[in-house]
Design a protein around this ligand. Structure first.
Ligand code: ADP
Ligand code: F6P
Length: 322
């Protein structure tokens, strides 16, 4: 029989992502609408262990949807990975009357949610990461803003590359996944898109492509390189030596995680937040909210974590042709 919850908490964990605030707002307001009390935990699982817990009311989350980052703060917490840490966190929940937690974060944060569920706290995960690297969902909070930020940056690099007739390697985030690179690369018409899922480390092919493009009269050459491959600066040096074409590396870095979320990130984060507040009110636990095949849905965390995310073969092949 499912356990009815009365008081829930919401926390953000792992890397921040634009749209997390819209999610916090939606969880809070919909949970209150469902008759629950809501608390906010600051700084992820670390803040839970440190008892950094605040009350959230409807008005506490006003004026939030348009703000980047997370008002609750986030952290990576080693202590919480231990059995003792997890028991302590569950004890803190009990002390504050928290019987359910909504965790907004990536795969790692889901494992934390799973651990809390094992200790009797109802948990619901929500996909918050710019990397789009969560297998059970076709959408993650922050990805849309991050790719738009990176796309605009690549467009700007293209202007200066063209003026100087240079080759530019632009490195985008994504941890071990190439989704950001694939989307931005295709959207900006990059000449080469390097993603960890497909890259064969054949630099000669890139060199040949640059020389071929020069012969055709191209004034620039844009390579979008995923963080999972990395080493953009040394790659630039090798490519310049092999082609004779001036080559620069730009590592976009944390700018991709910040900024005001796009309409899509605000909207999806809001709907997912409402969905999480609804299923936690129904007494569901150990579930993650997802957007799959055009529908908002939820999965058991174990099932979600066992799924494999892959790059679409068709999309990758088309990026090469275009
Ligand atoms: P993300 O959630 O973005 O994947 P991390 O992998 O850094 O980010 O995980 C965020 C936090 O979740 C970690 O700092 C840790 O506190 C918790 N966590 C990660 N893995 C586990 C695990 N196996 N068991 C319990 N907690 C975990
Ligand atoms: O998961 C989001 C992300 O920005 C990744 O793209 C990147 O690999 C990682 O976080 C960087 O993490 P940190 O903030 O710990 O440097």
């Amino acid at each position: 029989m499912s356990k009815q919850v009365k008081t829930i908490a919401v926390l953000t964990s792992g890397g921040d992502a634009p749209g997390m605030n819209a999610a916090i707002r939606a969880v809070t307001r919909k949970a209150i609408d469902n008759g629950l009390k809501v608390k906010g935990v600051k700084k992820g699982y670390q803040g839970l262990l440190n008892e950094e817990i605040i009350d959230l009311e409807r008005h506490s989350v006003s004026d939030l949807s348009q703000r980047g980052g997370t008002i609750l703060g986030t952290a990576r917490c080693m202590e919480f990975k231990t059995e003792e840490g997890q028991q302590k966190a569950a004890d803190v929940c009990k002390k504050y009357g928290i019987d359910g937690i909504v965790v907004i974060g990536g795969d790692g944060s889901y494992r934390g949610a799973q651990a809390l569920a094992r200790h009797g706290i109802n948990t619901i995960g929500m996909p918050g990461t710019i990397d789009l690297d969560i297998a059970c969902t076709d959408y993650t909070i922050g990805f849309d803003t991050a790719i738009n930020t990176a796309m605009q940056a690549i467009d700007k690099v293209r202007d200066t590359s063209s003026s100087h007739e240079r080759c530019s390697i632009v490195e985008v985030m994504g941890r071990r996944a190439g989704h950001i690179a694939l989307w931005c690369g295709l959207a900006t018409g990059a000449d080469d898109i390097l993603i960890p899922e497909k890259y064969d480390y054949n630099e000669q092919a890139i060199v040949d492509n640059i020389i071929r493009n020069r012969k055709r009269g191209h004034t620039h050459h844009i390579i979008v390189n995923a963080e999972g491959i990395g080493h953009s600066t040394s790659m630039a040096k090798r490519i310049e030596a092999a082609t004779g074409v001036e080559t620069r590396a730009t590592i976009l870095g944390y700018m991709q995680r910040g900024g005001s979320p796009t309409c899509k990130d605000r909207f999806y984060a809001a709907i997912m937040g409402c969905y999480a507040a609804d299923i936690i009110a129904e007494g569901k636990t150990n579930r993650v909210v997802a957007y799959k095949n055009g529908e908002f849905t939820d999965f058991d965390i174990e099932e979600a974590l066992s799924m494999q995310k892959s790059i679409s073969e068709y999309q990758y092949r088309m990026s090469k042709i275009l």
